[in-house]
Design a protein around this ligand. Structure first.
Ligand code: 26V
Length: 800
């Protein structure tokens, strides 16, 4: 598509799709016009992919996830369709600021963090690999809350992305299912019939997901909740308008917000309703598609593979058993066998507080038939494995991990270390009963978004050096390795990073009013705020460094910009205290004349996918410092390495595999191993001992207790100090000295710029394995038993 064609299409959409006169169009109108012009190019490959799947009777993959953290879609579509240059030029010809048009799009923030972003990368790779697939989720009216800071404290506001037309979705009013809740189960002639007490409609909204070079497109189908009946006209006519609208309100509540607060009974009930609502609608849709093509429901596993992204969709298991047994009339055991040959489950965390459990009472009340089936599945498992000591029902609650395991063909962890720990800890007993069921699938990230699109400077250099083709064959980055010993290449690599940093400095100056030196080291920690991720250890190191700088202002310090980004769960008080501390430390450090440009702390509010795309290409150092054994994988760690930022990190999650691949000499390792961490927790007063052994740590904690960063309120950080001294479960104190020392080793290498650049470039050259294409190929071969549909260039568009 040429510049002129695209421009003409934009003008056509502006006028005839949106009824806007170009003379009065705003950035939003132009952005919508460009989106429509680009979307038109997706529709044909999308239809062709669907037709090819039907005509070839290919097996399909269904990825069920309560979260899809997809971010912006316009640039992604432009990049995948190779329309970058045409789009830039068309905008220029229309006198539009291309960057402003692209950044006008709101992020689709339908996820909390890593789990949801992984689902989005997987959709991209499934399409790129032409694997017939659907993502299924909820069309939340409000995505992840908007974060702002008031006097350093996190403030949450409702996010409102659907307040404006959504450029990429197609509403499918004809694809609606009635989803029941509550009610009774009637036993009749040996059969169970569930009579739900209430119901809502699940309506489909489809977003096409275009793969690399537009060869294939899959569908992300999100469910919106609607009332089964229109509003109550009789009530309305009596003047009770609020009551008349009540059924609609009640139904809409189900798809209103991502992760409703589950600290109350009402919140928990809503969350379980969301889970069943979307799982049931998806199962119904999958079976409708299957039965439209095939007669024998027993062959379902030959044509369908369902992946459960964590236990959030786990109720899909009992629902599938219910439909096969109660509605299709299969014997219970056969229904369970077919369901468990179709379903697979990915575990994303071992943290006990994050493993889902539902009270039996709530489950029986909301889903009476399912609770009965869960008991039968539990019995069936005991009967068929002789594992009688093991149950998915424990002390009045249903353990969704165990239930998902029992009903799965394969269960996977998301990094080698995490999978090993799954086998040793939470699923030890189940692993013994089913020794081949647990497999590892180390996470990956899409190189289209996380290198090609977000870092044009580096991707340009890569292409100039090794040619194109790396975008969907990322291991080809290995061909950069020999170039790293070439001083010319290193200089160009350094120049790209410098330009990215200058660009970020400008943004930080504009957005935050903080001036940062692009030649300082950009040290970045971006992720959810959680004690196990140890942002607290990072900020303690900032305090220790600041203290040391003040003590010896004459020393030749390596200038650093410490960048933080991330949100805390609204009810997680300790995480919120850590946020406030980072902001308070920033206030003191950034205005300290004794420090000047040598240390800055920057914490831009409302970290999201788009901010990650801005920060990662400009990072020098990647902070991956979780307590070993606690971070299942991490995916940010991979994005940084790919973009030429070496890691300072622990042997946790995928850090282990990153270090193996980039080489120990290109990774700053510190800290206890997972095994050592477990042992250390048993040592009496481990924190006290560590504090006594590290004057820097003792001093930093003393600053917290003295109120150095909370003038006038010395008690503000007492609680954090108490945690460090007496309840240091995440071993911040035990790892601090090693971390602090390793940061000085980082300084030393950074001082030797050439050595640093070589290290950074080797990170890029050796990160090819962390493409989500590799991960998806591996799921396809080891879990789903599917193969890509063959499509030549353009073949998909021509297919009939
Ligand atoms: C959830 C919760 C919920 C309530 C209390 C505290 C808490 C802590 C952690 C979580 C995480 C839930 C699952 C999750 O998002 N896991 C992330 O999945 C990523 C993709 O596999 C992986 O890279 C991250 O390491 C892992 O934390």
């Amino acid at each position: 598509m040429t510049r002129d064609e695209l421009k003409a299409e934009m003008l056509r959409h502006l006028q005839y799709s949106f009824g806007k006169d170009p003379a009065h169009a705003q950035v939003r109108d132009w952005r919508m016009a460009l989106s429509m012009a680009v979307r038109d190019r997706i529709v044909e490959p999308w239809f062709a992919a669907t037709r090819a799947t039907y005509s070839g009777q290919h097996k399909r993959v269904y990825y069920l996830s309560l979260e899809f953290l997809i971010g912006r879609l316009l640039e992604d579509a432009i990049v995948n369709l190779g329309l970058g240059q045409a789009a830039r030029e068309a905008c220029a010809a229309l006198d539009l600021d291309f960057e402003a048009v692209m950044t006008d799009e709101p992020d689709a923030a339908l996820g909390n963090g890593g789990l949801g972003r992984l689902a989005a990368c997987f959709l991209d790779s499934l399409s790129t690999l032409s694997i017939p697939a659907h993502g299924y989720g909820i069309r939340y009216e409000h995505g992840l809350f908007k974060q702002s800071f008031h006097e350093g404290r996190q403030v949450e506001q409702a996010e409102d992305w659907l307040n404006q037309p959504h450029a990429w979705e197609f509403e499918r009013a004809e694809s609606s299912y009635e989803i029941g809740f509550w009610g009774e189960v009637e036993e009749k002639d040996g059969r169970a019939i569930w009579h739900p007490g209430d119901a809502v409609l699940a309506r489909a909204y489809d977003t096409p997901v275009i793969g690399w070079q537009g060869r294939w497109a899959n569908t992300l189908r999100l469910w919106g909740a609607k009332p089964t009946k229109l509003f109550d006209l009789a009530r309305f006519n009596t003047g009770d308008f609020t009551a008349a609208a009540q059924p609609e309100e009640a139904a809409r509540t189900i798809s209103r917000v991502l992760y409703p607060d589950d600290t109350t009974d009402a919140g928990r009930e809503l969350r379980l309703k969301q889970e069943y609502f979307f799982a049931a609608a998806s199962i119904r849709d999958i079976l409708r598609r299957y039965t439209s093509e095939y007669d024998d429901i027993r062959r379902l596993p030959h044509k369908v593979a369902i992946q459960l992204n964590d236990t959030h969709p786990a109720i899909a298991g009992p629902e599938l058993v219910r439909i096969l047994h109660d509605e299709h009339g299969l014997a219970f055991d056969e229904a369970v066998q077919i369901a468990s040959a179709t379903l697979n489950y990915t575990n994303h965390t071992l943290l006990p507080e994050a493993l889902e459990r539902w009270s039996e009472g709530l489950m029986r009340h909301l889903l009476p038939r399912h609770m009965r089936l869960i008991e039968q599945i539990d019995d069936w498992h005991a009967r068929t494995t002789k594992g009688r000591t093991l149950s998915a029902i424990d002390q009045g609650s249903v353990k969704m991990g165990e239930l998902s395991f029992m009903l799965a063909n394969r269960v996977n962890g998301v990094s080698a270390l995490h999978t090993g720990l799954m086998k040793k800890t939470v699923f030890a007993e189940l692993d013994r009963l089913h020794p081949d069921r647990i497999v590892n699938q180390t996470n990956g990230v899409t190189p289209r978004r996380w290198l090609l699109a977000c870092n044009p400077g580096l991707s340009g250099l890569v292409t100039e050096t090794i040619g194109t083709g790396w975008e969907d064959d990322l291991e080809r980055l290995g061909q950069l390795d020999p170039h790293v010993s070439d001083a010319g290449f290193r200089a160009r690599f350094a120049a790209v990073k410098r330009a990215n940093k200058a660009h970020l400095s400008d943004w930080i100056g504009r957005e935050m009013g903080i001036s940062v030196d692009p030649d300082a080291m950009f040290d970045v920690q971006i992720k959810r705020i959680h004690e196990y991720k140890r942002q607290l250890m990072n900020v303690l190191d900032v305090i220790a460094t600041w203290h040391a700088m003040r003590g010896e202002p004459g020393l030749d310090w390596v200038p650093r910009v410490k960048i933080f980004g991330g949100k805390a769960a609204p009810g997680y008080q300790t995480a919120k205290e850590i946020i406030r501390l980072i902001n308070d430390v920033a206030t003191v450090v950034n205005s300290d004349p004794a420090i000047g440009d040598r240390l800055k702390v920057v914490y831009p509010p409302n970290y999201n996918v788009s901010m990650a795309e801005r920060l990662i290409p400009a990072a020098d150092l990647s902070e991956q410092i979780s307590t070993a054994g606690k971070e299942a994988s991490g995916t940010g760690n991979m994005k940084f390495a790919l973009n030429g930022a070496p890691t300072i990190g622990t042997l946790d999650g995928a850090n282990v595999e990153i270090r193996e691949r980039v080489g120990a000499g290109n990774f700053f390792l510190f800290g206890l191993t997972a095994e050592e961490a477990m042992a250390r927790r048993e040592v009496p007063d481990h924190a006290g001992r560590a504090i006594a052994a590290s004057p820097e740590l003792a001093q930093a904690i003393a600053h917290l207790e003295r109120g150095t960063f909370s003038p006038g309120e010395p008690d503000r950080y007492r609680h954090l100090a108490q945690i460090l001294r007496h309840h240091d479960y995440f071993l911040v104190c035990s790892d601090f000295a090693a971390y602090h020392a390793k940061q000085r080793a980082v300084d030393a290498v950074f001082r030797d710029r050439d050595a640093w650049v070589a290290m950074a470039a080797r990170n890029t050259a050796r990160s090819g394995w962390f493409s989500s294409d590799r991960t998806i190929r591996s799921y396809a071969a080891e879990i789903w038993d599917v193969t890509p549909v063959e499509v030549g260039p353009g073949a998909c568009v021509l297919a009939s």
